[in-house]
Design a protein around this ligand. Structure first.
Ligand code: NAP
Length: 258
């Protein structure tokens, strides 16, 4: 039975769903009626996300008094590993009986260091997780029709001290998204990127409070973002309300760096 909402009945795969923006995206898509596959290398955290998700307006219950049917599921994955991503897609297909028609790539890492001190390993790791994984998800998207959304970063456009690897990976996400938008349009698959500014999540816990204060002061809207600010845009891009939008990068920055 399809649930009410803009994504009623759709299977949505969200990577990085155990934390921060990914967790908020899972919650938002579930409220829109999607059946959510929450994937993360932190499988326990992905399970916690599932536990907090809306069960779906039209979800059938087996019988009165029985525990509610849970339409969502948690999966462990390392998005930087091709075999792990292939296995994830097979498990999602098996669990839901269909491939995902919405795919939101939120898994990401930072390994900040000034360029002259940045090790090759940290450069490659950030590219591997933030960029190569995006390519794998795009190639793997087999559903006829659908929406792929990747979380890039405003840093990919403007650069940031100590984030050469991160900025390179996020700039790459945009180029890849636009190319895939061109290549996959004929299959009815739309590909868009969301570029958050500074959003309060466990990732920003690593940023010194003084630096965060400085950034908050630079935001025209006067505050750092919440994960829900990004999730709202992902829900729009996942839905038919954005059916003529592909290859776009949507900034969610409160006006920072406009
Ligand atoms: P977060 O709270 O750290 O969440 C990221 C999640 O991705 C974590 O659960 C993390 O697991 C997981 N992950 C990392 N590498 C993975 C891998 N190889 N395979 C599977 N899962 C993996 O970060 P966030 O702030 O929500 O960030 C989400 C996305 O938004 C990232 O792509 C980030 O670059 C982007 N972004 C964030 C901001 C911001 O200000 N927060 C701004 C712009 C863009 P572990 O905890 O085990 O690493």
């Amino acid at each position: 039975m399809a649930s009410a909402g803009r994504l009623g009945g759709a299977v949505a795969l969200v990577t990085g769903g155990a934390s921060g923006i990914g967790r908020a995206v899972c919650a938002r898509l579930a409220r829109e009626g999607a059946r959510v596959a929450v994937a993360d290398r932190d499988e326990a955290g992905a399970g916690d996300t599932v536990g907090g998700l809306h069960a779906g307006g039209g979800t059938p219950h087996a019988k009165m008094g029985s525990p509610p049917h849970r339409p969502h599921a948690a999966f462990g994955v390392d998005v930087a590993s091709a075999p792990s991503v292939t296995q994830l897609l097979a498990r999602v297909q098996e669990h839901f009986g269909a491939p995902p028609s919405v795919c939101v790539g939120c898994a990401g890492v930072t390994r900040d260091e000034f360029l002259l001190r940045l090790g090759e390993g940290d450069f490659q790791e950030v590219l591997g997780v933030n960029l190569t994984a995006v390519a794998r998800a795009l190639v793997a998207a087999g559903a006829p029709g659908g929406s792929i959304i990747h979380v890039g970063s405003i840093v990919g456009k403007v650069g940031n001290l100590g984030q050469a690897n991160y900025a390179a990976s996020k700039a790459g996400v945009e180029g890849l998204t636009r190319t895939c938008a061109k290549e996959l349009a004929k299959f009815g698959i739309r590909c868009n990127a969301v570029l958050p500014g500074f959003i309060v999540t466990p990732m920003t816990d690593k940023v010194p409070p003084k630096v965060l204060e400085k950034f908050a002061g630079m935001v025209p809207m006067g505050r750092l973002g919440d994960p829900e600010d990004v999730a709202d845009v992902c829900a729009f891009l996942a839905s038919e309300e954005s059916s003529y939008i592909t290859g776009a990068s949507v900034e969610v920055t409160g006006g920072l760096f406009m």
